[in-house]
Design a protein around this ligand. Sequence first.
Ligand code: C2E
Ligand code: CA
Ligand code: CA
Length: 592
Amino acid sequence: MLGDLDEEQREVREVLLVEDNLIDAQLIRRLLRRITDAYYRITHVRTLNDAVLSAEEFAPDVILADLNLPDSRGTQTVSSLQTSYPDVPLVIVSAWEDEAISLRSVKAGAQDYLVKGHIDGANLHRVIRYAVERKRTELELVRLAHYDQLTSLPNRTLLRERVDHALRRAMRSGAGVATLILDMDRFKEINDMLGHEIGDKLLVEAAKRIRASVRDQDTVARLGGDEFAVILEGVSEAKEVLPVVERIIKSLEEVKTIDGHEVNSSTSIGIAMYPDNGNNLSELLRAADLAMYQAKASGRGRYQFFANAMQEEAQSRRALEWALRRAAEKEEFQLVYQPQLCLRTGRVIGVEALIRWMSPTRGLLTPHHFISGLEEFGLIHQVGEWVLVTACEQLRRWHEMDFEPMRIGVNVSAQQFEDPMFIDKIRNALRETKLPPEFLELELTESSLMSDAAIASSLLREIRDVGVRIAIDDFGTGYSSLTYLHEFPLNVLKIDKNFVQSVGSHGRGGPISKMIIGLGQNLGLEIVAEGVETESQLEYMREHGCDIAQGYLYSRPESTETLTPWLKANQRVSETHVRSITIKKQGSRTGP
Ligand code: C2E
Ligand code: CA
Ligand code: CA
């Protein structure tokens, strides 16, 4: 016999024995005491109620329970014990005639069963060991299905369960529930730059901090990637949510380094409230997501509550996206062309290509209705390539018509400029249309060049090496830094039309235009004044030495059909004619 001496060397197992029959209880006690590989310490209760009550202070390693108790019978005993002890393996001990019920108990979640009169020390010990093992595996599977591996936070599946419960409680109590979606800013960048290991550590740290910023009863889940959700119960108003939101944002901003690498993380948060913004998890997540995007759009480390306007906006964005995708497929875009005239000779030296969208539902649209959409939905690359080829093709046709050779200006979005394939697309367009490169002039804005001046400089050099000309569009509206002008291989500065149109008044237009012209002369660049509408604007530009003018005064942007005869008539005009054309054209046409 082994005494208590060996207790320390043996594994101790706490057993909760639920058995109303004292003789049966005594038997099990005796059998357990005989087992030598483990020491079983037994707590014996005689009713289900006592078993349930002791769950508060007692966490057994295993429960041995008779199915039929004074206050409970059959599988009801199983389900009550499972609710009270969800993590504890359960072995049913039942009479022979109850075997069918015992089997059902196992189906209901008990780990195993023993039949009275057939129990001996060996099988009792084995059954308990397997029950413990089985329960552990079950719990592990549940954990895998419900928790994120990296951060150990609940995943989407568990979030759904938690929110279902939270909403049900809220419905009963009339309280509100706040759903927060958190999305780390620049996470992809950090991950790409510093590697996944650092990225993962940042996520783990973020998870910890979010968890520490909320109450124990609140749910924090990882939705995937760098997206987290927080569910706050019992909050009805924004002012109750705000302190939590601000605490989270602050705690995440404090993560400055991971393993000595600078990460400077920040997080944007979108918030949706039950019941105002949605009745179920999907609706609430969608609303919070929209609000989160709005928050991101307004800068980093911000939060935003959902407003109904966002829904409408999102719907119209989706409609626009769909329409633009179709437009790109069905070639609903067209180009119009606006001539540029040399102020010294009066010659048409070029045209600028400007895009239009012939929308089947909204008619002919100018770019400000859709360019940002093309950029947002990633369609600008495809459409931009079409613009490039179409413009080059059209210019070559004009060249074939015995006109004086002109050049063509093509507008390029920042996104296109940053596309690694852009240079190849330029080469392809020239090759396909057989246009000599010196007739193509790309118009870029200051901001697309200035996001990274070093990269821009090398890209510009590549473009220049192909032989294509480069103009800076809307000059004077972007960065005021002029130092880069020396470094970039440029050909043209285009004075923004707002300056051109305010030269007459006492505003800044005059001095700024003069300054730009002087700057261009120093750097050997051509100056184009765009948006010239009046004689006096034209006069001012000519007087101050501007080279080229473009604007409604000469011609609005026109289709090929309209512009071709105009070009024939105006291709070679003397200086005096420049004025007479302008007089003739003024107010005579309303193009797109
Ligand atoms: P932008 O490059 O500054 O083009 C000049 C804009 O001024 C054009 O507007 C033109 O129609 C307008 N304009 C020309 N002369 C006058 C004038 O005398 N008075 C006034 N008030 N306006 C004049 P549009 O065609 O609506 O184009 C707007 C912007 O859309 C362009 O500004 C350009 O940034 C962009 N864009 C146009 N076509 C394309 C394109 O193919 N690709 C890209 N990425 N952007 C384009
Ligand atoms: Ca332009
Ligand atoms: Ca412009």
